[in-house]
Design a protein around this ligand. Structure first.
Ligand SMILES: NC(=O)c1ccc[n+]([C@@H]2O[C@H](COP(=O)([O-])OP(=O)(O)OC[C@H]3O[C@@H](n4cnc5c(N)ncnc54)[C@H](OP(=O)(O)O)[C@@H]3O)[C@@H](O)[C@H]2O)c1
Length: 250
């Protein structure tokens, strides 16, 4: 029923933060399915490495999304062919900041990277999405805010706002045939998470809390993102799909 190849071959997709973790796996997969993928990040060497690996369908643009002008310029480059079929707002940072230690600068930085680019990129992409054939947006969120985890007050303020943003966006863009959904991963064992954060005790607790008794990797999230982008989800908009091995159920 779901033929991802038929949907994505020859299409143009945009993935913010496509050089690492979930965004990298999604970018590689979309390219494998025949899409041209515009992706961005600040670290140029990671972007260049992915272009070297994936070839001309991989279109890297160095960009700091915290600067709205750079975010919009990135989208303009992606739209140079006249249309963007899919947009995945993925890039984010997840610093652990104790609330009592948090500063105004921390708050502004979280919103500038984790929230405002969802607006800037989507707004800049709108004329191209209208002209595109896929007409679907996926905004990457998290289950973290549902669980009220700490020390993530600022992170969760930025991420939970993505849900409200997406619901109203879905309502406004639906009449144009453009769908917008949220995908909320649980804790995914990316290289960075394993390197910087995940302990053996964390793994044990996660497996106890999940209904499914395996740790999730990027490859467990990508198919769900593809589904929401694909024509198989043509009747789905304004929704929040959780991919967490069955920890949060609501
Ligand atoms: N991994 C998890 O367990 C998990 C769980 C729940 C939700 N999520 C969500 O999933 C998404 C991806 O997370 P991830 O773990 O894959 O992250 P990641 O491995 O840290 O990758 C983040 C990507 O975003 C880019 N990026 C960050 N800040 C940027 C900026 N200011 N401008 C441009 N690009 C920027 C990074 O490249 P540069 O650093 O070079 O800019 C990188 O390509 C995020 O929205 C995150 O909140 C992840």
């Amino acid at each position: 029923m779901v033929d991802f190849q038929a949907d994505f071959a020859g299409k143009v997709a945009v993935v913010t933060g496509g050089t690492d973790g979930l965004g990298k796996h999604l970018t590689q997969t979309l390219i494998g399915l025949g899409a041209t993928v515009y992706f961005c990040a600040r670290r140029v060497e990671l972007g260049q490495a992915l272009v070297a690996e994936c070839g001309p369908q991989a279109r890297f643009v160095a960009c700091d999304l915290a600067d709205p002008r750079q975010a919009r310029d990135f989208i303009t480059q992606a739209g140079q062919g006249g249309a963007i079929d899919y947009l995945v707002n993925n890039a984010a940072i997840d610093p652990r900041i104790e609330f009592a230690q948090a500063t105004d600068a921390d708050f502004d930085r979280l919103m500038a990277i984790n929230l405002r680019p969802f607006f800037s990129a989507t707004h800049a992409a709108l004329p191209y999405l209208k002209a595109g054939r896929g007409k679907a947006i996926v905004n990457i969120c998290t289950t973290n805010y549902m669980l009220g985890l700490s020390p993530f007050t600022l992170y969760n303020a930025s991420k939970s706002a993505v849900v409200g943003f997406t619901r109203s966006l879905a309502r406004e863009l639906g009449p144009l045939g453009i769908r917008a959904n949220v995908l909320s991963p649980g804790w995914i064992m990316t290289d960075k998470q394993l390197r910087a954060h995940v302990t053996e005790e964390d793994k044990k607790q996660l497996l106890e809390a999940q209904a499914l008794k395996f740790l999730l990797k990027e490859a467990d999230v990508t198919p769900a993102t593809l589904f929401l982008l694909s024509s198989a989800a043509r009747g789905i908009t304004g929704q929040n799909l959780v991919v967490d091995g069955g920890k949060v159920m609501y």
